[in-house]
Design a protein around this ligand. Structure first.
Ligand code: NAP
Length: 209
């Protein structure tokens, strides 16, 4: 699958490592495609680097793995996103005196805001509710952690499921994009759990029988 990844940090880099190992064709779209750390990462994975517009142009899937605050810049630079599957990993966190809160919540979500900004793209929320370390190793005692995803396009959800599974997670489809209202606060719960337990080696698991 041809995947453009915008952001090559903890999340973008982690996803790229996992997907490169599964043979996906990756291109990092960046403000500065020649930046040295990006070039080194891309070379190590057999990935390409490009401007955001060029990366998006040839991609079936576009991954938003940059700060939420950069979303308007990225959209402005991306060109035509119509028909593309956009996986939104961002969290619209606001850091205040009382800690982290979300800019949107409960009756709205940043992913729904994103879908309104790019109405012809197929926006999915995923990979937002666990520490990035999990992308390198999502299994705990041999059990894969759960990674939830949601979005509205019926055909695209099989693609997103496969990409979640290609990282090594149990993929849990939680329905329409509106349910990003539930997935975005889940990151705050992950952060609170991480602080309470004093470690980042933790992830959510949906038990079934
Ligand atoms: N870290 C986590 O554990 C975690 C977990 C779940 C979700 N998230 C979410 O995932 C997103 C990425 O987090 P991260 O930890 O991977 O961040 P990060 O390590 O700081 O990386 C951010 C990336 O975004 C790029 N970027 C920043 N501004 C940009 C712009 N205007 N246009 C294009 N690219 C831009 C940066 O590239 P340059 O500055 O080099 O251009 C960098 O590659 C955030 O929304 C975060 O809330 C993070």
């Amino acid at each position: 699958m041809n995947i453009a990844i915008i952001g090559h940090g903890n999340i973008g880099g982690g996803l790229a490592k996992a997907w490169a190992a599964k043979g996906h064709a990756l291109v990092f779209g960046a403000r500065d495609p020649e930046k040295s750390d990006l070039a080194a990462l891309a070379t190590s994975l057999g990935a390409k680097t490009a401007t955001i517009r060029a990366a998006v142009e040839g991609a079936e899937v576009v991954v938003f793995a940059m700060p939420w605050g950069a979303v308007d810049d990225v959209i402005a630079g991306a060109g035509d996103l119509a028909g593309k599957i956009v996986i939104d990993c961002t969290n619209a966190v606001v850091r205040g005196k009382s800690g982290m809160t979300l800019a949107y919540g409960h009756t709205n979500s940043s992913s729904e805001e994103l879908q309104r900004k790019i109405p012809r793209a197929k926006v999915f929320k995923s990979f937002n509710a666990q520490g990035a370390e999990n992308l390198a190793n999502p299994t705990y005692g041999g059990v894969p952690a759960s990674n939830f995803f949601c979005g509205d396009d019926p055909e695209a959800r099989a693609v997103v499921r496969r990409l979640v599974e290609d990282v090594g997670f149990q993929a849990v489809d939680v329905g329409p994009l509106e349910n990003a209202r539930l997935l975005e606060p889940l990151m705050l719960l992950w952060i609170a759990s991480s602080r309470a337990l004093g470690k980042r080696d933790l992830a959510f698991k949906l038990l079934e029988r």
